[in-house]
Write a protein that binds this ligand. Structure first.
Ligand code: ATP
Ligand code: LTN
Length: 334
């Protein structure tokens, strides 16, 4: 039998998981997790990455724990996958330092995300922002990862990871597995409800723009009712109808029905009836998730136990890779 492929991905614990994260990323994580014969999945809450922007400590701590519960609630299973906090495995920060020494300033400075974030946060262009993709490389390489499920926006970071890994392997001897991106063809992009030309993003300060997977049913219905559309009244998927296209995409993703099928049913029923149906479909998809989430949050002891167990499993693998790296570069054994 062929060796299982190691799958690794991470998500920053900022805000709540949105419908966009869920449809575009996490459902894909779940699919991979279920293919136990083929894949061994490791998913990380990358809290160190979130430090590149200033966080309120009390809120950050609370959000990160809630985030962990949300990931369990959507179906990530600690019996099947490793689920852990990046900051609890110190090897991430340690390997980042070594890999920083194998990354050129020019390369890091060319990253699109770095350039965009520098433009957006002119008052806080910190070293962490520049080293962000190197920490991501450390995440991936510590676990000898084969496949990295990410959105297209992270592809450039993955290419940098591969370059760093190949550079290291060439300078010493094969140490790191060279990872491949795994970008799902079908992963729909969900847009903001307030500005359907922009993507739905969990750090968006406009509450009406995003649906969190733990929003109460009434809030979901209201947000969808208020979603920005156009001034026509025909429900169809067409160039320029960003708001309606987005709602059709959401409806299709949560119901499993095709966009054409939905458009056929609602074409001439008016936007109000259509929005109502979208809202109900989203509420039904998210209801069991929210119920599981509430149960989990009421049992902190269980949560902490699951976290510790994930941390330990991750630590064991990370430790092996880091000691190999330290040996190869010639650090004195301790
Ligand atoms: P932030 O606002 O903190 O940047 P985000 O909501 O944009 O967060 P990320 O943490 O950047 O999300 O991404 C987590 C995962 O969710 C990635 O794999 C990304 O491709 C996916 N994702 C994020 N937003 C969307 C969206 N609107 N539609 C589909 N997938 C998305
Ligand atoms: N940078 C990624 C999150 C991330 C990640 C990773 C993804 C951090 N480390 C390792 C895959 C593998 C993002 O912004 N989506």
């Amino acid at each position: 039998m062929e060796k299982k492929k190691t799958v690794y991905s991470g998500i920053q614990p900022t805000g709540c998981l949105t419908l966009g994260n869920y449809i575009g990323a996490i459902r894909n994580w779940l699919k991979l997790q279920e293919e136990l014969e083929e894949y061994f999945c490791i998913y990380s809450i990358v809290d160190l990455h979130a430090l590149t922007t200033r966080q309120n400590p009390a809120l950050f701590r609370k959000t990160a724990l809630s985030f962990f519960a949300q990931l369990l609630a959507v179906g990530l299973d600690p019996e099947k996958s490793i689920l852990y906090f990046q900051s609890h495995v110190p090897q991430h920060a340690e390997l980042t330092w070594v890999l920083n020494c194998f990354t050129y300033v020019g390369e890091a400075g060319r990253m699109t995300q770095f350039k965009e974030k520098s433009r957006k946060h002119k008052d806080n262009i910190n070293m962490g922002l520049m080293s962000y993709p190197v920490l991501m490389a450390a995440d991936i390489l510590l676990y000898q990862t084969d496949l990295v499920p990410v959105g297209i926006d992270q592809k450039q970071h993955l290419e940098l990871t591969r370059d760093i890994a190949m550079r290291f392997n060439a300078a010493y001897s094969p140490t790191f597995t060279i990872p491949q991106p795994y970008i799902p063809k079908t992963g729909a992009k969900i847009c903001s409800l307030s500005d359907p030309t922009a993507k739905m993003s969990k750090s968006d300060p406009d509450e009406n723009a995003t649906i969190s997977i733990i929003d109460p049913p009434q809030a979901i219905m209201n947000k969808i009712k208020r979603a920005v559309t156009d001034c026509e009244s025909v429900v169809e998927y067409r160039e320029g109808k960003h708001g309606i296209n987005n709602l059709l995409t959401i409806f299709s993703a949560v119901s499993g029905r095709s966009i054409e099928d939905i458009a056929d049913e609602y074409r001439n029923k008016g936007y109000a009836a259509f929005k109502n149906a979208v809202g109900e479909a989203v509420v039904e998809e998210l209801r069991p998730i929210r119920e599981r989430y509430e149960k989990l949050m009421a049992d902190k002891e269980y949560l902490m136990q699951v976290i510790r167990s994930g941390d330990e499993k991750a630590d064991r693998i990370a430790r092996r890779t880091l000691s190999k790296v330290y040996r190869k570069i010639g650090l004195v054994e301790r």
